[in-house]
Design a protein around this ligand. Structure first.
Ligand code: ADP
Ligand code: ZN
Length: 203
């Protein structure tokens, strides 16, 4: 279904691995909505502070919108501008399951809701509320990055702790930890089985 054919409210999800361009695509859609003179609100999950303060979208007519940092779906519900036509939410994977109901109630009330999020965690397993969001959305786009090892389309987040592939049972979210991520294809993606202590990763 084309977005152009949708009327009333609806939900769009932009899914994919890290570095696949989800934020770029979200900003592109926000910018175009602003060009169409829609009132837009952007939210961004707090946990990801890599781009804190950098997420501001400007249109060519000089208007701009800054992302509102949030920790929960309830905070989004509480801060909705009743005049907004478009609600964009980045890093949706870090939010709680309630985001599905918030998105649905906004869509029912005629809003266009755009959510961008990483759909799988470092193990390749579904991430947080993303499976439900993908199921209830009218429009889903799955983006890919480039595998840093072989150059194929990348669909997995490779997690490295001190440069080594992370163990299966290391916590999904380690705020401030010395872990890094890179985009890889399924064939190049490595998850160390067994417990983290046995793997000698010190976590
Ligand atoms: P996401 O929101 O999906 O994490 P961003 O929109 O923040 O992605 O960033 C996408 C940009 O990341 C690309 O346009 C590209 O410049 C850069 N990038 C870095 N590493 C890669 C990679 N391995 N594959 C593709 N793009 C990459
Ligand atoms: Zn690869």
């Amino acid at each position: 279904m084309s977005i152009l054919q949708l009327t009333g409210g609806w939900i769009e999800v932009i899914a994919g691995v890290m570095f696949s361009g989800k934020s770029e695509e979200l900003m592109r859609r926000v910018r175009r909505a602003m060009i169409a003179r829609k009132r837009v609100q952007v939210f961004k999950s707090h946990l990801d502070d890599r781009y804190a303060g950098l997420f501001a979208v400007s249109s060519h007519d000089g208007r701009s919108v800054e992302a509102i940092p949030v920790d929960s779906s309830a905070q989004i519900a509480a801060r909705i501008d009743p005049m907004a036509h478009v609600i964009a939410i980045d890093e949706a994977q870090f939010l709680d399951e309630g985001i599905g109901n918030v998105a649905t109630s906004l869509a029912v009330r005629g809003r266009r809701v755009i959510l961008a999020g990483t759909d799988t965690d470092f193990r390749g397993e579904p991430f947080g509320p993303m499976p439900r969001l993908l199921a209830i959305a009218e429009v889903v786009d799955k983006l890919h990055a480039i595998c840093v090892l072989c150059g194929a389309p990348a669909c997995r987040n490779q997690r490295l702790i001190f440069g080594e592939p992370a163990a299966w049972d290391s916590p999904v979210i380690m705020v401030g930890a010395k872990d890094t991520y890179e985009a890889r294809c399924r064939a190049c993606h490595v998850v160390v089985r067994g417990n983290a202590a046995q793997a000698g990763l010190g976590i």
